[in-house]
Structure formats: C-alpha cells, structure tokens
Design a protein around this ligand. Structure first.
Ligand SMILES: Nc1nc2c(c(=O)[nH]1)N[C@@H](CN(C=O)c1ccc(C(=O)N[C@@H](CCC(=O)O)C(=O)O)cc1)CN2
Length: 298
C-alpha cells in the first residue's frame, strides 16, 4: 500500500489570494474605487469571531475595503435585515456576508433572502442556488468552490469519475454535488439515512466528507487510489494534560492515507480555501457591478 499525497490547501489558498491581490490594482484603475466586502457578525461565538477577524485581515491584505459590523447577541432580526438592506444599497459594498451560525432566535433563511443576490458572495441566496442548479452564472458557496479547485488541481478532468458527497447541507453538500455534476461526475449524495455508507463510499473515485462527525469515514471504506476531500472541522475533547482538544476532520486521516491517492488534512486543507474563495467571489462581484469583464485566472 502506498501513502497518499497530502493536498496543501494552505499553500494553494495563499497562492490564490496572491493572484487576487495582484489583480485588485487593475480593478481600481478601471473603476476608480476598491472592491468592498461587508461582514456582519451577530453575537459572540468564539469560532465565528476568529473567522470574521481572519476575513477582515485577508480582505485588507488583498487591497480591498473591509466593512465590519459586530452586533450584540440579542439583536432583533428586523434590525439585522435593515442593516443588510442598507448594505444592499451602499455603492461601496460589492459583497455582503452574514456569518453563520446566527443566534437561535433568528431565521437564517429570512436573513439570507434579504441579501441582494448580486452581492451574495457566500452564494447562499436561493437565486444563486437556483442558478448553480440550472448551470447559469452564479455565486458558488466558498467551501465547495474551494474543494472543486483542489480536486481539479489534483486530478485535472473530473469527467466520468464516481464522486460521493457525504452530507446534504445547503452550504456544502448540495452545492458540492451540483459542482461535481457540472464537471460530468457521476454523483451520489450520502447522508445520515444512507444504508451501508461504507459500501457506497467504496465505489467512489472522489470522496467529499462534509458530515460534521469526527473521523467517521474509516480508512477501509476508501477505494485504493481515491482522492479524499475532508471538509469537517471537529474539535476532540482535550486529552489528559491538554487544555484544548485536537482538530480532526470527518475522515480518519491516519487510516485514510494508506488507501487514498491524495487527501486534504485538517487543519490546513479545505478551511483556508473558504476565505480565499470569498475574496475571489468579492472580486468577481465588484467586476460585475462595475460592468467590467470577469477577472482572469480564478
Ligand atoms: N457566512 C458564512 N458562515 C460560515 C461559513 C461561510 O463560508 N460563510 N463557513 C464556516 C466558517 N468559516 C468561514 O466563515 C471558516 C471555517 C474554517 C476556516 C479555516 O481556515 N479553518 C482552519 C482551522 C481553523 C482552526 O484552527 O480552528 C483549517 O481548516 O485549516 C475558515 C473559515 C461556517 N460559517
């Protein structure tokens, strides 16, 4: 048995961010302004605070304007929607992102529905989901877009491959399946009610695990030579003597390396691609809103 290549999402994302930053000055020269991204965080979820901080840093480093809104946990949904509507109307804002999860008293769907689809750089609005489903130009959610970039970089043409997506969320599983279908893969979407998941996974050339259960996909489920993309970010309970538990994915990594041809690690695989693709979507949104051609190279 050979050992898998480790797909370095961190380096891939850094290179993508570099290309985006290099193309921002041309946008500024053509439009007379910087691309702008507004990020809205409601409440004080510690992980969300870190992600929002990273998004701001990456946006500024790419030469874009970052507008950050941190609202208290008890914000009324109507007030959040009013803010989204103000950002929809603000010409300096090309992209709007409402960090998820929202507090329990809010309805994600109602908040996302308030976004202008042309500024929905998360690709969560039903207009963008529908466009993706019918093969029209759409903003594609950042995590599955990042997964697809890594897969195409590793495999090249995906046509005819058997792909299994484990997880059916609107944010990852469903758009991932649509993207793979658009690349002419034969796609199976597996989920918590799938019978004999191990057997379904064993048929796959491409496995995308996005189920949110630590190390659920075992090494002996993986066909020799498959490419594995692990979207899960799960923190284990701290081991004795540790203050923080280890981060692991949805795939039992140490087992999977013996079976797969290539695999993304956690951390350092898919995660960094999410923010790089957010910058990519923001740059595309800025070009569209300014009436400029789609930027090259992304
Ligand atoms: N509005 C959105 N909300 C959320 C999204 C999203 O795309 N849009 N995705 C996730 C969180 N997320 C970005 O928002 C995100 C998650 C993870 C990473 C990342 O780089 N992870 C690192 C590990 C981080 C750690 O040490 O904890 C990695 O995998 O290497 C970036 C962004 C939910 N909400």
């Amino acid at each position: 048995m050979s050992s898998a290549a480790i797909i370095d999402g961190k380096s891939f994302a850094a290179a993508l961010r570099g290309r985006i930053a290099a193309s921002v000055p041309e946008f500024i020269a053509q439009s007379g302004r910087k691309p702008g991204l507004a990020v809205v965080l409601v409440g004080d979820d510690p992980a969300s605070q870190v992600y929002v901080g990273s998004k701001k840093k990456a946006t500024v480093e790419a030469g874009m304007d970052s507008f950050e809104y941190r609202l208290p946990e008890d914000t009324a949904q109507a007030d959040l929607i009013s803010l989204v509507e103000r950002l929809n109307a603000d010409d300096h804002v090309d992209g709007i992102l409402v960090q998820l999860p929202l507090p329990p008293h809010m309805d994600d769907k109602a908040v996302i529905a308030a976004l202008d689809p042309a500024k929905d750089v998360d690709g969560f609005h039903v207009v963008n989901a529908g466009r993706l489903a019918v093969g029209e130009d759409a903003f594609v959610p950042c995590t599955p877009l990042g997964c697809l970039m890594l897969l195409k970089d590793r495999i090249g043409d995906l046509s005819g491959k058997n792909a299994v997506v484990i997880g059916r969320s609107n944010i990852v599983g469903k758009p991932m399946a649509q993207l793979l279908l658009a690349e002419n893969c034969t796609v199976t979407i597996a989920h918590s009610r799938t019978q004999d998941l191990a057997e379904v996974v064993r048929r796959a050339d491409i496995i995308v695990a996005a189920v949110g259960r630590a190390e659920m996909v075992r090494g002996d489920w993986i066909k020799q030579g498959a490419v594995v993309i692990d979207v899960g970010i799960n923190r284990l309970a701290p081991a004795p003597g540790e203050t923080k538990g280890r981060l692991v994915g949805d795939v039992a990594f140490a087992e999977a390396v013996a079976h797969s041809a290539a695999i993304t690690p956690v951390p350092g695989g898919v995660g960094p691609m999410t923010i790089a693709c957010l910058l990519r979507n923001t740059l595309v949104a800025a070009h569209r809103r300014a009436g400029l051609a789609h930027p090259e190279g992304f």
